[in-house]
Design a protein around this ligand. Structure first.
Ligand code: FAD
Length: 427
């Protein structure tokens, strides 16, 4: 494991590695969910940890930008922005450990994509060590720059296969003055979609969170989470966590979220709702959502799918995929949750109660194939935000056309002619 302290160190390492054909596996916070940051078992790969490159290089509150090194932890960048009365909106459950380099290399999504976009949308410029060991300084903070090919977009989402990101210039936003969160019980994903459309009509860009969770997910949180409480007094089949953020005062934000809820009650779109009365309560609501994945571990094996479909197709996808997995493994327990406002659902399926965990997990590929075929019917994606890495590398060519695969291979060949960057990942 090599831990360089500067971009120049990274460049020197890449030059030596290229000369001797030694594969490099870039690693940030090691929170990736598809194994992209993990070396193979040959004992011949270098793990290049970027964690020592963690300086905040510059903050420009007037130009709304921040320039940070790749190993800076996401939460540190959020806090630095806040110190300047600005918001860096990228928000993930792993934000206390994941790094900006890893976020950009995976084009991370998270809970704020709805209002602010994913990591790609938040990037103004990059500094990258290329396959020849040169440093490309593309740390521009321009909002408009149409001078030829947009190289930064090649490296974003490339999962360490095209170059090593050493620093990035990122967008900042005004810090919202007020935020309101509500935890809502409803009967179906269809109702959630109706609520989403109406909430967006009323709140526009102020709608900054819209997360869907099933009853079973909440039950797992109540059972395994530490001192967690059901925000509502009776059970509902589905839940939505909704967040409104505004530069206006408390009263205006209250009125807006109340208007959304009142309209939804009148139209019978929702069954019940709890409005967070304090920041603490709002954090508790978000904690339920953030625990959704972790608590599934306590329920035995869970077969996971990080998929997206067009937003309007989410209810139909959920009903078809649920029916299919139940037919394949009677008694399995689907816990689909996620960013319904982006059409991104984490379609996780817990094992039947008392089933053998290993025997259940042996069905991983078969269940993936079943669910991914349904995703394809809806023109969706088999990896909405976690990337391809090692885990989904064998699947990529099944879901991309030969033309698309060839274009990707040509780019890889051009930028990494020696094939040293993260071999066996993505392509
Ligand atoms: C609890 C939890 C919640 C999560 N929630 C979300 C979520 O909501 N949305 C989401 O998108 N992801 C989520 N993730 C996945 C993960 O946190 C993100 O993919 C994150 O962006 C990875 O950052 P990292 O620094 O840990 O990267 P790593 O895991 O170290 O690496 C990830 C990939 O990026 C490459 N890489 C890392 N640094 C660099 C660099 N400097 N230059 C080039 N390549 C590099 C690696 O080679 C690897 O392919 C979650 C993970 C956990 C554990």
């Amino acid at each position: 494991v090599l831990k360089p302290g500067t971009a120049e160190d990274v460049a020197a390492i890449v030059k030596i590695a290229a000369e001797h054909h030694v594969p490099i596996v870039p690693q940030g916070g090691n929170t990736g969910l598809v194994g992209g940051q993990v070396p193979d078992e040959s004992n011949e790969q270098i793990v290049l940890s970027l964690t020592r490159l963690n300086a905040i290089r510059a903050v420009d509150p007037v130009g709304n930008s921040i320039t940070v090194e790749a190993g800076a932890v996401l939460q540190t960048v959020q806090e630095e922005a806040e110190r300047h009365d600005r918001l860096f909106p990228l928000s993930l459950g792993s934000q206390g450990s994941c790094t900006i380099g890893g976020n950009l290399a995976t084009n991370a999504g998270g809970t704020a994509v709805l209002a602010y976009g994913n990591a790609r949308d938040l990037t103004l410029g990059l500094e990258v060590v290329t396959g020849t060991g040169d440093i490309w300084n593309g740390l521009r903070t321009l909002r408009k720059d149409n001078t030829g090919y947009d190289l930064k977009d090649l490296f974003i989402g490339s999962e360490g296969t095209l170059g090593i990101i050493t620093a990035a210039s990122l967008k900042l936003f005004p810090l919202p003055r007020t935020q309101k969160t509500a935890f809502i019980g409803l009967s179906s994903p269809d109702a959630a979609l109706t609520l989403f459309n109406n909430a967006q009509k009323l709140a526009g860009a102020k709608l900054t969170g819209f997360e869907l969770m099933p009853r079973l997910g909440l039950e797992f949180v109540l059972k395994h989470g530490d001192a967690m409480r059901d925000p509502l007094s009776s059970a509902h089949d589905w839940y939505v966590l909704i967040e409104i953020s505004s530069g206006g005062n408390e009263e205006e934000t209250d009125q807006l979220i109340m208007a959304i809820l009142e309209q939804a009650f009148e139209a019978d779109t929702i069954e019940d709702a709890a409005l967070a009365q304090s920041q603490e309560q709002s954090k508790q609501f978000w904690k339920i959502r953030h625990l959704m994945s972790e608590v599934q571990k306590q329920e035995g094996g869970s077969i996971k799918h990080d998929i997206s479909v067009p937003i309007s197709a989410v209810p139909a996808f959920l009903s078809k995929a649920t029916e299919a997995v139940l037919k394949m493994v009677p008694g399995c327990r689907p816990v689909p949750f996620g960013h319904i406002g982006d059409g991104n659902i984490h379609f996780n399926v817990s094992q039947p109660v008392d089933a053998d965990k290993n025997a259940y997990l042996a069905l991983w590929s078969d269940m993936n194939a079943l669910v991914h075929a349904i995703v394809q019917e809806f023109n969706g994606s088999i990896s909405a935000e976690h990337g391809i890495g090692k885990l989904k590398q064998p699947l990529l060519s099944q879901f991309k056309s030969p033309v698309e695969m060839q274009l990707m291979k040509s780019i890889k060949q051009a930028l990494d002619p020696k094939g040293i960057f993260n071999p066996g990942k993505v392509l």
